[in-house]
Design a protein around this ligand. Structure first.
Ligand code: HEM
Length: 449
């Protein structure tokens, strides 16, 4: 018997033994169609992988981190280069980085893992946006997802202050000023965020939000998100071709793959790769701790948030943009994303059938990238209205021209196809062994219009 045969039989026996005693397949999610065996269908699961790593690494960091602003003179007295005292939170972070075995790797992977989770979440979000997965019946999945997005950014915001560096305190203060200026909600939120107005009051609140309140909300929302996913099943590929659409919804062609163990281990495989890459990057480029709050040498520290809030900080630099306007526009953006399923009413999911929403999404994506780079290059530098118009205007304009041209060309060729009453894609993506597709009926053409 070859080694691979022996190996597979051994694995099967072990799996059979475990399955007999646990009935694991029964607690697994529903089987999914075979075509979902591609990373692009599991972007959300990759975010879950990243989240789980954050929970584990965060729990280990809690063993050493102290959320205190009290002056401390321990190992960190020397660390600061002098024998002066530094806040306890900064000292404990310094201790993790320099004295805890593997502490630097642990803290760096937690930080880079947060970046990765936010990045992967935006990939998951934009994939859903472009492929119209928010359409019926998945509207609530999308809305719960939007709340997850806000909570995840909240995790980033609250975590930023915890090392208690002058840089993180400055940026947190700017963020808080923006939040407190929120019409109606701001004054209500202020006492909860600021507490008794002391430095310790603020740090304690940020710590509580970062390790208890937001993770609990995230876990509850994630449960609802996955429960909704389980009830609807995975969204079929976006298509404007009636034959294709029928194929993906017809039961016979849906070769289902069990979640346990196939899909589960597929996701675990990607999760392990993620962890390996994260450790590799963290080992090569360990994070170094900026100086502590109150260090006189920190007087010239630039106020700069983490990359995912840079666009908002740069926005406040625009002449005439007040904190109320900045936070107001951010609220409009969130409300737009939240209610998108009810704004984009057409039944079509393919990007080429939704020119307006693709224009808006692409323009906003380009806007965020540009503002992030701009914010990183010139943080805190005021920008004149003319320069704003010259830089931002072309993004929206060029996108509009390109999308209008593509759409016009597509409509013309599509009209021709409708006239022929059958799709030219029929049979273009044949499913092996499947009979030739039936011609498209007039009713199907109408439904697709
Ligand atoms: C912490 C952030 C998030 C996590 C952990 C998460 C997790 C997941 C998971 C595990 C799935 C199952 C399919 C897959 O793996 O892709 C999923 C599907 C989905 N998510 Fe998320 N998600 C998050 C954020 C979002 C956001 C920001 C949105 C949009 C605003 C969103 C909208 C959706 C929708 C519509 C589906 C169903 C897609 C389909 O059936 O193909 N999610 N999410």
């Amino acid at each position: 018997m070859s080694f691979s045969n022996w190996y597979n039989r051994a694995l099967n026996r072990i799996w059979g033994f475990v399955e007999d005693r646990t009935s694991m397949r029964k607690w697994a999610l529903r089987p999914q169609p075979e075509f979902t065996f591609k990373p692009s269908y599991w972007t959300g699961a990759f975010v879950v992988n990243a989240f789980l790593y954050q929970v584990v690494s965060g729990a280990l960091l809690l063993l050493y981190y102290q959320p205190s602003t009290a002056p401390t003179l321990t190992a960190c007295g020397q660390a600061a280069g002098t024998y002066s005292v530094a806040p306890g939170a900064w000292c404990s972070t310094y201790y993790i980085l320099h004295s805890v075995p593997m502490g630097s790797l642990l803290l760096t992977t937690h930080l880079y893992g947060a970046y990765a989770m936010i990045f992967l979440m935006f990939v998951h979000f934009y994939r859903g946006y472009y492929l119209g997965v928010y359409k019926a019946p998945r509207e609530f999945s999308w809305m719960v997802g939007t709340l997850l997005l806000v909570m995840t950014l909240g995790m980033g915001f609250t975590g930023y202050l915890l090392p208690y560096t002058q840089l993180s305190l400055n940026a947190t203060n700017v963020g808080l000023v923006l939040a407190i200026r929120l019409p109606t909600l701001g004054p209500l939120l202020a006492p909860f965020i600021l507490g008794d107005g002391t430095a310790q009051g603020l740090l304690s609140r940020m710590f509580d939000a970062h390790v208890v309140l937001i993770p609990l909300a995230l876990a509850a929302l994630l449960y609802a998100h996955i429960a909704l996913f389980e009830s609807h099943g995975i969204a079929p590929p976006a298509t404007s071709d009636p034959v294709q659409r029928r194929r993906y919804t017809e039961k016979d062609d849906k070769k289902a793959v069990p979640f346990m163990p196939h899909i589960f281990f597929y996701i675990v495989k990607w999760g392990l790769l993620y962890t390996g890459v994260l450790f590799g990057i963290a080992a090569l480029w360990p994070w170094s701790l900026p100086t502590y709050v109150g260090n006189l040498a920190a007087a010239g520290v630039v106020t700069e948030p983490d990359w995912y809030f840079l666009w908002l900080f740069k926005f406040v630099d625009f002449m005439g943009v007040t904190p109320v306007l900045a936070i107001g526009l951010t609220t409009v953006l969130i409300v737009y994303v939240l209610f998108l399923p009810y704004l984009d009413r057409s039944k079509r999911t393919h990007p080429r059938d939704r020119p307006f929403f693709i224009w808006l999404g692409t323009s906003l994506l380009a806007f965020f990238i540009l503002m992030t780079v701009w914010g990183g290059e010139t943080p805190g530098v005021e920008i004149a209205p003319m320069l704003v118009a010259e830089t931002i205007g072309p993004i929206f304009l060029v996108n509009a021209v390109v999308i209008i041209l593509f759409h016009w060309r597509y409509r013309r060729s599509y009209q021709r196809r409708l006239a022929a009453r059958s799709s030219p894609f029929a049979g273009a993506y044949p499913i092996r062994g499947a009979p030739a597709p039936a011609p498209v009926t007039a009713a199907e053409v109408k439904a697709g219009e």
